[in-house]
Design a protein around this ligand. Structure first.
Ligand code: SF4
Ligand code: SF4
Length: 426
């Protein structure tokens, strides 16, 4: 890190001792996983910098924004519409929940058999090690799976500023009406906190900003599909993770710069792995920072991840918001339409997720699919069983992986993934 941020962390109420341990562990993981990769695009230096300053410079920027009177909205899910936050001059940050942390403290609030993501959110909060959480004006939870839905009831005991968005379980007219009502209520809450009106001009501009960010990721997703793969799955995963908390305009520029570089690589036939490397798509639960476990195992074993069907991936960045309406009502309708398209496993039925996954696997010329789920995540576990059958029937080899954030099963996963790579070898 470039400066001494301890006074800032103290002011934010962090537990400095535990925070030091966390930063040390993440730094070590990053060095071992990311900096050891070969042939990385030069543009990834930006993301190396972002990670090295993840609790430093970015937090300093956000603290400054808050001191200047802007709202900061922290969220755990891709259903929280960033467009509304930006339209009110707010800062939108993803709250990571991607590492095993303070499990004992978390289990004082939620049962042992709760998914690692929810436990992580509780662990980080209870231990006071997340500056993003500390700097948030509002922390947004959403009623998706049962774990989150009931978890928020306990999470409210830990933070004073929790706001819960109710989400539909069906993509029906009634489901759409519920989401519309909830986004309207959320917009009103943001207006009250930001102490400024929501205007058509500002909402249109925010829609454009977020669309540009998604378009940059669409471009990256298309380029990564080249043969040989011009960028590692680990590096694209990192971009997908940083998507949630970086300044959106700066992020878009940085991703587009990497895309320019990849286009040049593709023209020269250069890649990060040989053409013969087995190509996999990873599909399932979101992977927040610093959850790099599966991609690291695949790529260290000689495979390459060429697609991510995940909320921290193509599911999260899928689709654009139509910003052509000239009324707030019309723009809000367009936001609802875009977000209702997310094929999260909480929806039942949820046919578009499998269709999307099959399209990614086809376009990426994938040799197989890893169906990644966190233990105790009923929605994704249920879907992964059905997906395995359907993919295999369609002659797409699939491997189901149920895991958590610990490294206890790394050896076993490595063996299973290596065997799968042999099965799909080119
Ligand atoms: S999987 Fe569903 S609940 Fe989880 S982040 Fe994605 S949209 Fe939200
Ligand atoms: S990983 Fe599964 S159980 Fe955990 S929060 Fe997401 S949908 Fe819920």
């Amino acid at each position: 890190m470039s400066a001494d941020y301890r006074p800032m962390w103290t002011k934010l109420g962090l537990n400095l001792e535990k925070h030091d341990v966390l930063l040390g562990a993440v730094g070590q993981m990053y060095t071992g996983t990311y900096l050891s990769q070969k042939h990385r695009p030069e543009g990834m230096a930006y993301f190396d910098f972002v990670i090295s300053e993840v609790h430093g410079l970015r937090i300093q920027e956000i603290v400054a924004a808050r001191e200047a009177g802007r709202i900061v909205v922290g969220s755990f899910c891709t259903f929280v519409p960033e467009e509304l936050i930006l339209a009110l001059d707010g800062v939108s940050v993803g709250l990571c929940a991607g590492a095993e942390w303070a499990t004992d403290a978390a289990e004082r609030y939620v049962p042992r058999n709760t998914c690692a993501l929810i436990k992580s959110a509780f662990g980080f909060t209870a231990d006071k090690v997340c500056p993003y959480l500390a700097v948030s004006t509002l922390i947004v939870g959403e009623n998706t799976c049962d774990g989150k839905k009931k978890g928020w009831e306990r999470f409210g005991d830990l933070v004073p500023n929790l706001y819960v968005i109710d989400l539909p379980q069906k993509k029906s007219d009634e489901g759409r009406a519920l989401l519309r009502k909830e986004y309207q209520r959320f917009a009103e809450k943001l207006v009250e906190l930001a102490k400024q009106p929501l205007t058509v001009e500002k909402l249109k501009a925010a829609i454009q900003t977020v669309n540009a960010k998604r378009l940059a990721m669409h471009r990256l997703d298309t380029l990564r599909q080249a043969e040989p793969a011009p960028i590692s799955g680990l590096d694209v995963l990192l971009a997908n993770q940083v998507f949630f908390y970086d300044d959106p305009v700066r992020f878009t520029t940085s991703v587009n710069k990497i895309c320019d570089e990849l286009e040049a690589r593709i023209a020269k036939g250069e890649g990060v792995a040989p053409k013969s490397a087995p190509r996999l798509v990873v599909s399932g639960c979101p992977m927040a920072v610093p959850n790099w476990k599966i991609h690291a195992i695949v790529e260290q074993a000689g495979g390459v991840v060429v697609g991510d069907e995940s909320c921290v991936g193509a599911r999260g960045t899928q689709g654009l918001t139509d910003g052509s309406a000239n009324t707030l009502e019309g723009l809000l309708d367009a936001i609802v339409d875009r977000y209702l398209g997310i094929d999260c496993a909480i929806f039942s039925p949820n046919p578009t997720r499998l269709e999307h996954l099959q399209a990614i696997a086809r376009d990426a010329k994938a040799d197989g699919v890893l169906l990644y789920t966190l233990q105790f995540c009923t929605p994704y576990l249920m879907e992964s069983q059905a997906f395995e059958t359907k993919l295999e029937t369609g002659k797409v080899p699939a491997l189901r992986i149920d895991t958590d954030y610990s490294n206890a099963d790394s050896g076993q996963l490595k063996t299973r993934i290596e065997a799968f790579l042999e099965r799909v070898a080119r």
